[in-house]
Design a protein around this ligand. Sequence first.
Ligand SMILES: Nc1nc2c(ncn2[C@@H]2O[C@H](COP(=O)(O)OP(=O)(O)O)[C@@H](O)[C@H]2O)c(=O)[nH]1
Ligand SMILES: [Mg+2]
Length: 322
Amino acid sequence: MPANLTPQYYEAEDRYRRAKTTDERIQALEEMLMVIPKHKGTEKLQGDIKKRLAKIREEGKKKKSTAKGYDPFGVEKQGAGQVVLAGYPNSGKSSMVTALTRAKLKVAEYPYTTAIPAMGMMPYKDTWIQLVDTPPLMEDNVPSGLIGTFKEADALLVIIDVSTAECLEQYEGLMKVLQDRDVIDLSKEGELIAPIPFLVVANKIDYREANENLEVMKDLMPDFDPLSVSINGKGLEELKERLYNLLDVIRIYGKSPDRPADMERPFILKRGSTVFDFAGQVHKDFPEQLKNALVWGSSKFDGQPVAREYVLEDGDVVELQL
Ligand SMILES: Nc1nc2c(ncn2[C@@H]2O[C@H](COP(=O)(O)OP(=O)(O)O)[C@@H](O)[C@H]2O)c(=O)[nH]1
Ligand SMILES: [Mg+2]
């Protein structure tokens, strides 16, 4: 008996496949169960969903009870990539995350307002980048657990406060800790080859003294070339773009046969990914079943058949042929 599944069901299923957190998975499965047509033809599928739901709920419970308490320094990833901020007290980390996302974080004139990481989602193009605010990092004050947060990140945003003459000290201090703790690597003949890619910004550029402080730094370090920003708006659009580029990802839009492409929620893949990699992200069984694919965008013509080794580009629409 045919299942006759509805578009709502496929949407929920799609959300399930893309879910990154346990809660998202549970929510999507619950919705699949709610909207699935209830008849003989879907009984087996309903049973499968219920089983999956029970299993995920059970795993979730176990995780909570076996964990040695909640770890505030482990931040679950969401969106196209996770960017973790690093900076001295008062450099503007919390303000920056607040300015770029809808998160409401504590911002204050006194240092050490932020005790544990907190995150916000920054809209960029048709996707989201996760920004993680952190407690202050100094050469002689490294919050325990924070280095672990950096090492899990997809990229770092190193933030220097150029409204103060201490900006040079901040920059050198941050670079030293991050390098000593093997978060970044500056060793390759002065080239910035980083295990975790990072961007340095000179924040509070709206201050009167800021440009002068920055010039002093540039005189001392000719290679020092940070992006100047202010939480009031200066440089923020470029900052978003540079962070996205740092993540080195592409957005790919899925298309099912005989249906228009889903241009709302792109899949996010590492740059250099192939049709085969894309298939794996859509469904774990798809790479095995994949014959070839049709591509719109980077191909010579629309809907061009390509092999599974075809390297995709940002914005491509792909229809998998199984
Ligand atoms: N004028 C100006 N003030 C800023 C800027 N960024 C942060 N601030 C101020 O600097 C102070 C410290 O900011 P906060 O975000 O709490 O710094 P954090 O300790 O690094 O999180 C607050 O009073 C902010 O309003 C900026 O770009 N321009
Ligand atoms: Mg803060």
